[in-house]
Design a protein around this ligand. Structure first.
Ligand SMILES: Nc1nc2c(ncn2[C@@H]2O[C@H](COP(=O)(O)OP(=O)(O)OP(=O)(O)O)[C@@H](O)[C@H]2O)c(=O)[nH]1
Ligand SMILES: [Mg+2]
Length: 168
C-alpha cells in the first residue's frame, strides 16, 4: 500500500481545490445581473471570481441585439449544442444581465474562445440607458461584437440610440 506524506496530502488537496475552481466548458455563468427594476446592474461575485481565477488568456465573442432576436440561439449554433444557452420559449425576454461561457475553441493567437450572451435591448419597461450599459460592457469586453440582423420593426439605426447613451 502507498503511503502519502504530509506534503503529498497538501499537494493533492491543492490540486483538488484547483480542479474545483476550474471553469467548466459549455456551462454559461452570469457575471452581471440587473437590479429588480432593470434600472442598473449588479456584479455577480461568484461569476467574477471564476473569471478572475482563470489562468489563461481569453478571447471573448459577444452577441448583442434586441430581445427575442436569436442571440442565445446563435451562440448555441456556434457550439453545435442547443442546450448550452437558455432559449426563450415565450416572446418575453429570457436572458438577463451578462453571461459568459468557456468553450473548447482556440483562437489563432492561442487564447481560449469564450462566448458572451447578453440581455436583449428594448425589453418592456426597460430604459434605453440600461440597454446602453449592456451594449457598453459587451463592446468593451468582446474582441468581436456580433449584432444579428434586426427584426423589421427594430431597424439597425437603433444602434445609434445605444451609442449616444453610452457616451459619458
Ligand atoms: N428556427 C429558428 N429559430 C430561431 C432562430 N433564431 C432564434 N430562433 C427562435 O427565436 C426564439 C428566441 O430566440 P433566443 O435565442 O432565445 O433569442 P434571444 O435574443 O436570446 O432572446 P432574449 O434572451 O430574450 O433577449 C426562440 O424560440 C428560438 O428558438 C433561427 O435562426 N432559426
Ligand atoms: Mg437570450
Amino acid at each position: 500500500m502507498m503511503v502519502i506524506g504530509r506534503t503529498g496530502r497538501c499537494c493533492l488537496l491543492l490540486l483538488l481545490q484547483l480542479k474545483a475552481m476550474e471553469v467548466p466548458i459549455n456551462r454559461p455563468f452570469q457575471v452581471v445581473r440587473p437590479t429588480a427594476n432593470h434600472s442598473s446592474m449588479l456584479p455577480v461575485p461568484d461569476g467574477l471570481a471564476r473569471l478572475a481565477s482563470h489562468p489563461s488568456s481569453i478571447a471573448i465573442i459577444s452577441v448583442v441585439g434586441p430581445f427575442h432576436s436569436g442571440k442565445s440561439f446563435l451562440l448555441n449554433a456556434l457550439l453545435g449544442d442547443t442546450k448550452v444557452f437558455q432559449i426563450g420559449r415565450k416572446t418575453s425576454p429570457e436572458t438577463e444581465g451578462i453571461w459568459l461561457c468557456r468553450t473548447d475553441m482556440i483562437a489563432s493567437d492561442g487564447s481560449e474562445v469564450w462566448l458572451m450572451d447578453s440581455e436583449g435591448f428594448f425589453g418592456p419597461g426597460v430604459a434605453e440607458s440600461y440597454d446602453a450599459k449592456i451594449f457598453t460592457i459587451a463592446t468593451l469586453l468582446g474582441g468581436h461584437l456580433v449584432y444579428p440582423p434586426c427584426i423589421p420593426s427594430r431597424p439597425r439605426p437603433c444602434l445609434h440610440v445605444l451609442v449616444r447613451h453610452s457616451q459619458p
